[in-house]
Design a protein around this ligand. Structure first.
Ligand code: CA2
Length: 147
């Protein structure tokens, strides 16, 4: 378990690569998974990669990540709305790196607030799917401590 990284993806990310490529790029969710798998293999870590469109299921996935090395979390729109997800991170005592494909601060004001950032170890946004790899690198080294 401590050698497992969970990469959890929220609503609509299953549609990646099909619409709005100018914002989210052309990579599909399968491409994101492949990039995460090769990053984990490089570090000798196991990977659990999941996507859901349901807030409660994301809470369950976070609970199931208890005891892991850490979580790379793109909660998508729930980032900006979900107290339940922030509570789940705290309750499970998880090390979380929050990731967004787009630079949320260059977008609408409602995307500037995150309920997850205060309970995350770090935040990466605007670097496309490279952000997932960088988050895995951070979790692999120094238990996610970014110095
Ligand atoms: O930039 C990101 O990764 C986001 O988490 C993506 C979310 C958005 O609500 C956040 O503010 C930032 C939206 C994901 C929707 O994904 C789509 C994929 C293909 C087509 C349309 C939406």
């Amino acid at each position: 378990m401590p050698d497992t990284v969970h990469v959890l993806n929220g609503p609509n990310l299953n549609l990646l690569g099909t619409r709005e490529p100018e914002i989210y790029g052309r990579s599909t969710i399968a491409d994101v998974e492949a990039a995460c798998r090769s990053a984990c293999e490089r570090h000798g870590l196991d990977l659990v990669f999941r996507q859901t469109n349901h807030e409660g299921e994301l809470v369950t996935f976070l609970q199931e990540a208890r005891g892991s090395r850490g979580v790379v979390l793109n909660a998508a729109a729930y980032t900006h709305t979900s107290v339940a997800i922030a509570d789940a991170i705290k309750a499970a005592g998880l090390i979380v790196v929050e990731v967004h494909l787009s630079n949320v601060f260059a977008r609408e004001a409602f995307r500037h607030h995150s309920f997850i950032s205060p309970v995350a170890r770090g935040v990466i946004c605007g670097l496309g799917i490279d952000g997932y790899r960088l988050a895995i690198d951070a979790l692999a080294t120094a238990g996610g401590k970014i110095s």
